[in-house]
Design a protein around this ligand. Structure first.
Ligand SMILES: [Zn+2]
Length: 118
């Protein structure tokens, strides 16, 4: 049913639907950020589900919490993972999005790891 991101034409700009909805309901997204839905549904346009995310690729920085070789997470990513979880995204969806293991995501969300990150 849902093939992917809705695309809306605005003049000559092709915007993805989530960016369009964010602009319409919330405002201009900060430069260098992209809009995604916290519920992880690609076509979701509910304003309360729209979240901004940094556009740059996920950093590969190794920090505390990175004892697990799969962990290549930054403080920012950890905060983002917790925000997604709070927004109702599933552990599995978050793990896929951040290219880490579900166990890792679960530990982060339950604050078993990265306990120093608010
Ligand atoms: Zn949604």
């Amino acid at each position: 049913m849902h093939r992917g991101y809705p695309v809306i034409e605005v003049g000559r700009d092709r915007l993805d639907g989530q960016t369009f909805a964010y602009r319409r309901y919330i405002g201009e997204p900060p430069k260098g950020y992209v809009i995604t839905a916290s519920c992880s549904l690609k076509p979701c346009l509910r304003p309360e589900h729209l979240v901004v995310r940094e556009q740059r690729p996920l950093a590969m920085e190794d920090r505390r919490g990175a004892r697990n070789p799969m962990a290549r997470l930054t403080t920012e990513t950890v905060l983002e993972i917790r925000r997604w979880r709070a927004g109702g995204a599933t552990i599995r969806a978050i793990a896929a999005r951040f290219e880490t293991s579900p166990g890792n995501v679960s530990d982060i969300c339950l604050r078993r790891t990265w306990t120093d990150v608010a």
